[in-house]
Design a protein around this ligand. Sequence first.
Ligand code: PA5
Length: 470
Amino acid sequence: MDKNIRLDVNHMMADMLGEQYGITKAQLAAMESAAAAAQRAVQKNRGTGWLGWTELPYNQEEIVAHIERVAARVRKEYEAFVVLGIGGSALGPIAVHQALNHLHYNELPADKRPGPRFYVEDNIDPERMAALLDVIDVAKTCFCIITKSGATAETMSQYLIISEALKAKVGDGWAKQVIAVTDKEKGNLIKLAKEEGFETFVIPDGVGGRFSELCPVGLVPAACCGIDIRAMLAGAAAMDERCKSEDMMKNPALLEAVLQYVACEQMGRNIQVMLPYADSLKTIADWFCQLWAESLGKNVRRDGTPCHAGQTPAKALGVTDQHSQLQLYNEGPFDKVITFIKVENFRATTVIPHGCEQFKDVAFLGGMTHNTLIEAERQGTEYALYVNRRMNQTIVMPEVSAYTVGQLLYFFEMATAYEGELLNIDAFNQPGVETSKRATYAILGNKDEKYDAARKEMTGRPAFKAEYIL
Ligand code: PA5
């Protein structure tokens, strides 16, 4: 079986949808030189600056061997494995685990699971930590603290709670149960790791949070839950190879970036809905949403001119959301591109038994499989979108495996980097999240003078009016 994922963009094109609703060959031709320049820029700068992630499929041999040694110990010694992290330090581990492990992994008996039960604590909802502590035995749990900056308040607050719980329950040897994944020198976590002697993995320079799934951020949790991380990296390398061409018709990530650019900037399709038809890929859509949103939502171009760039990513699940969102996609505003993810070979076949012969519209299902039904429903949805002249495209995965997931992650990362080039924005920063962080610290009474401005700004806000609070 050919294990390459494929991008089918037929339903994006005017050939299919007509000139008013689809992208014409002339529009693509007009993008040729910008696309080639975007590819050249990424290619020329790969491995440098914030493009450090481009080299991850190739430069981690020793790190992978180290991860595998630690993971073998974790799988043997612990009942549970808990990631403390948020944003780019959590969404990748969640997505890969859901894609590649059993859909009810934690409920499987220990001898049927390739690793300890797996939890990712990516929020500070007070009920969440209490709930976690209700279901794990702290003494039999490995905690993996992931933070690139080593300073994220959410993650470090969780660290304080967990380290106290560990000290209370385990005593002297508590630090053996902690793995730190962080920057080699910046931030507090690396200092703590050195002080306490935590097993430590470094997030390499040039690898930002949302581009970090293929470094220890993603590889440590994946390996600890029995995932073949070498196959993931091989998949990423295979996709990288397919992104070597300046010709968008030979480079799937470049074609994807160009189509979304034209769809959004020229044709008003400023929302992209990621719609996998597979439960295993549901949280890949979450991961994609962060990557696309945080990278491309910017208010200034690299030359300093103001803008409000960025296509809004949204997530849905096939077929579930056919019964929730599809009405809007078919008949609502012409502001969306729908990206299906289709799986050709599922890891299970579910046969629908014969029965209910008295009801024709139930009986006809007998003898089919859920495999045929889900794909028929996907095709039906694709057809309905076509009839309604809605742009859509399909990423075809021959199967969901470590190799194809590695390709998929790298495909989206490359498409994001190219899109940043086309938009001429910095796809690797996130200044827009700073205002809320500064305000939070000011609200919490942090006396550091760097929060003075936020404190002053906040007191200058008009008072809330009672008439608007019902
Ligand atoms: O993509 C990003 O850079 C962010 O989403 C970060 O991953 C997130 O804010 C968490 O940061 P850190 O890993 O420093 O704790």
